[in-house]
Every structure is written in structure tokens, then in C-alpha cells.
Design a binder for this molecule. Structure first.
Ligand SMILES: Cc1cc2nc3c(=O)[nH]c(=O)nc-3n(C[C@H](O)[C@H](O)[C@H](O)COP(=O)(O)OP(=O)(O)OC[C@H]3O[C@@H](n4cnc5c(N)ncnc54)[C@H](O)[C@@H]3O)c2cc1C
Length: 392
């Protein structure tokens, strides 16, 4: 009978997903992990407490090629989808706020310019965005309800060769630090994408203060009061809701990978804690009830990793559908939030302390499970896929 290997498994990668990666993907994983260990983890809890996005990390993220990493040309790294997923996963091991910054810059701003922009727009914006010299934001959600973007009130009207933009956007990541906003607005022809530069008269971007979640990320409202946008700043290649939705598919893909990192960070800390903490004469790890909870976390992380890997393969094959991304975003966000909450509980009182990571991840994940489509919206998307009936 063949002997089962006794080599110790990586508790954060029980099915050895790493062995399914190419050398290049492993290299990306290692270099981003190093960046997170050396630059993000030492400062991130303080940033969270101070409600401050660590802008000083932008040059480091850019230098590693993490901004617009999937784009070919325009000074971008041209990495594959799995590598992009691994980037998100390592960054979110640090903090969802850092991953959100990269997701928005890459998937929600650089991607639409790359996919739907004119050659002149690509040349004008993408290299500066890849270098981190120009920060982008993505304005889709409006104050009256983000789950129903088709009911958009922000509108643009033609005035001669230009457009006049009026309306508002809410909950916009990077909004207060962005030099460029990709804004989706209703026109007579349907929804179109507008590239609005900071400093354009009539544009205001007040930061949303007093958040309990994603405190190391900038969130803002955008107000447009007769903002004049030249025709050359309209994305020529897309019309209708499929424009913003295709960006969201890219970003949700990254989230499905990213949140695994947050869950791994919680489990890693919990394994140390339960090994050391002695109650009733034995470590917490000696209790069946504790082991079952740790095993449950490992089970969920492993399933999420395999799901993300297959999602990446579908994306690489060009067959990925939005419903598949919805299932992964839903499953993996739920998985990470449940693990963060349970890890918080298993740490007892220490679980509410800034000395431990689960409560920060837990609070962040409350945003991550809400933005880019709430859990309910993704469930309804799968429901529609199964039944053919739209129940939104
Ligand atoms: C920190 C943060 C950053 C964000 N960044 C961005 C960004 O960069 N760009 C951007 O455009 N947006 C951004 N968002 C907005 C985010 O995408 C929206 O908050 C989200 O889509 C939900 O919209 P809403 O908040 O208006 O909630 P609503 O749409 O008002 O939903 C309220 C509740 O109703 C539920 N619901 C909605 N419809 C149905 C239905 N048919 N049946 C049953 N239940 C339903 C929802 O699931 C939710 O629980 C961000 C949000 C946060 C919190």
C-alpha cells in the first residue's frame, strides 16, 4: 500500500495551490508578500486608527508593476489573471484598503481606458497611472441606491462639441485623492463613460469621514455642477450599462482572490494564539471545539482558493461569465467575513484589540461584502442564472 506523505502541509494552503502556479506567478506572489511584510504590515494598523490611506506606498506599488498589472503595453506589466489574483490576495493579507486602492486603479480606471478608450486617451493616461503619478477613481454609485445603477440620475448633455455633466456619486474609493475620475452618466444615447480631470470647474470631491470600515482607504462623494467635459474625454468604445458592469467584473474577480488573503491573515494569527493560550490547564488548541473551528476555517479557505484558481483559469481561457464572478465574489467574501468574525471571537477580549488583526479585517470586510454588488445582488444574479427569471 502506498504510504501517505508525512510532510507537513502549509496550514494556509492545505491543497498546495501554490504548486499549481507557474514560476512567474510564484515570483509575483513572493514579491508582493515581501512588500506587504516589509512595508504594509508595520504601518497599517496605525493608518487604520488614524483614518489615513498610506499614500507613501503608491511609488512602491507602482515600482513592482502592481498598477494596471494585466494591461499589455503603456508601461504596464502585462501579467496574467492568476498573477493579478495573487497580487490582490497578498495585498489584502495586509489590508482590504490597500487592495481596494489597487483594484480601483487597475480594474475600474485603467481597464476601461484600455478597453474602451481612444489611442490618444490610452497614451495620455495609462503610463502615468502605471507609474502611480496619476490616481484614478470610478464613479458609478449614486446616493439614492447603488444596487440599481440603471436608474442613474447623473446625466450629461451635449453643448456644441463638449458635454455638460450634472449630478452626484457616492462612496467613491480614491475620490478625494484622484486626479482622474471615470464617471458613468446618462446621456440621450444611454450610459457613457466620461474622463473628468481634477481641477475641472464645478467638480467637488469631499471625503467621507467617520467610517468604521476601510479606514486606511479614501472614500469620497463626487459632485458635478455644470462640469464641462470635452468630447476627447468621452470613452468612445462603449455605450450602456455593459461599460461599468464589465469593469466591475474585472474588479470583482480581484476581490474573490483578495479576501482569501484577509482570511489567511486571521487564521495565521489564530493558530499562534490558540497554540499559546492556556486555559483549564491546557492550550486552547487542545480543545476539540477549538480544533473544529480552526478546521472549519481551513476548509473554507481551501475551497475559496480552489474556486479562485478555477475562476482564473476560466478568465485566462476567455470564457469567464459575470455569473461565475458573482458566485465567487459572494462565496469568498462570505467566507472571509465569517472567518474574521469567528477569529475575533476565539481571541476573546484580545479580539477587540488593535494588537490583533481579525477585528480590522472584519470591519473592512463589511465594506468588501457590500461594495461591487452586495451579497444579495450576487445571490439574485445566480438565481437569475438558474431560473432565467430576473427577481431584482
Ligand atoms: C467603502 C466603500 C467603497 C466604495 N467604493 C465605490 C467606488 O469606488 N465606486 C462606486 O461606484 N461605488 C463604490 N461603493 C458603493 C457600493 O458599490 C454600494 O454601496 C453598493 O453597490 C450598494 O449600494 P448602496 O449602498 O446604495 O445600497 P442599496 O443599493 O441602497 O442597498 C441597500 C440594501 O438593499 C438590498 N437590496 C437592493 N436591491 C435589492 C433587491 N432587489 N432585493 C433584496 N434586497 C435588495 C442590498 O443588498 C442592501 O442590503 C463603495 C461602497 C463602500 C461602502
Amino acid at each position: 500500500m502506498a504510504k501517505t506523505s508525512t510532510s507537513k502541509l502549509d496550514p494556509l494552503d492545505l491543497f498546495d495551490v501554490r504548486s499549481a502556479l507557474t514560476d512567474e506567478e510564484r515570483m509575483v506572489q513572493d514579491s508582493v508578500a515581501r512588500l506587504v511584510d516589509e512595508k504594509v504590515l508595520p504601518i497599517i494598523q496605525k493608518c487604520f486608527e488614524e483614518h489615513r490611506f498610506p499614500k507613501e506606498l503608491i511609488p512602491e506599488l507602482a515600482a513592482l508593476g502592481l498598477l494596471g498589472s494585466s494591461i499589455h503595453g503603456y508601461e504596464c506589466a502585462g501579467l496574467n489573471s492568476i498573477a493579478y489574483g495573487l497580487i490582490c490576495q497578498q495585498l489584502e493579507r495586509g489590508d482590504s484598503g490597500i487592495r481596494s486602492f489597487v483594484s480601483v486603479q487597475s480594474s475600474l480606471c485603467m481597464y476601461p481606458i484600455y478597453a474602451f478608450g481612444s489611442e490618444e486617451q490610452k497614451q495620455r493616461y495609462l503610463p502615468r497611472m502605471a507609474r502611480g503619478e496619476l490616481i484614478g477613481c470610478f464613479g458609478l454609485t449614486e446616493p439614492h441606491g447603488g444596487s440599481d445603477p440603471a436608474n442613474m440620475k447623473t446625466h450629461a448633455k451635449r453643448r456644441g462639441k463638449d458635454w455638460v455633466l450634472n449630478g452626484s456619486k457616492m462612496w467613491i474609493t480614491n475620490g478625494a485623492i484622484a486626479g482622474l475620475a471615470v464617471v458613468w452618466a446618462m446621456t440621450e444615447e444611454g450610459i457613457r463613460g466620461f474622463l473628468v480631470e481634477r481641477g475641472t470647474p464645478g467638480l467637488a470631491t469631499p471625503e467621507i469621514e467617520r467610517k468604521f470600515s476601510l479606514r486606511a482607504s479614501v472614500t469620497a462623494a463626487l459632485f458635478f455642477d455644470n462640469v464641462l467635459v470635452p468630447e476627447q474625454n468621452v470613452l468612445p468604445g462603449v455605450l450602456g450599462l455593459k461599460g461599468p458592469l464589465s469593469c466591475l467584473t474585472q474588479a470583482r474577480y480581484g476581490i474573490a482572490w483578495g479576501v482569501i488573503g484577509a482570511a489567511q491573515a486571521c487564521l495565521a494569527q489564530l493558530l499562534d494564539y490558540t497554540a499559546d493560550r492556556v486555559l483549564f490547564g491546557r492550550t486552547l488548541a487542545h480543545n476539540q471545539a477549538v480544533q473544529i473551528r480552526l478546521a472549519e476555517m481551513a476548509r473554507q479557505i481551501t475551497a475559496a482558493q480552489l474556486l479562485a484558481l478555477q475562476l482564473g483559469r476560466l478568465k485566462e481561457a476567455g470564457t469567464l461569465t459575470p455569473a461565475q464572478v458573482s458566485l465567487a465574489k459572494w462565496n469568498n467574501c462570505r467566507m472571509a467575513l465569517d472567518i474574521a468574525r469567528d477569529a475575533r471571537d476565539l481571541l476573546g477580549g484580545a479580539g477587540i484589540s488593535a494588537e490583533y488583526v481579525p477585528i480590522r479585517h472584519m470591519l473592512n470586510l463589511e465594506s468588501v461584502i457590500t461594495y461591487e454588488g452586495t451579497e444579495t445582488i450576487h445571490q439574485l444574479t445566480i438565481g437569475r442564472e438558474l431560473t432565467g427569471i430576473s427577481a431584482f
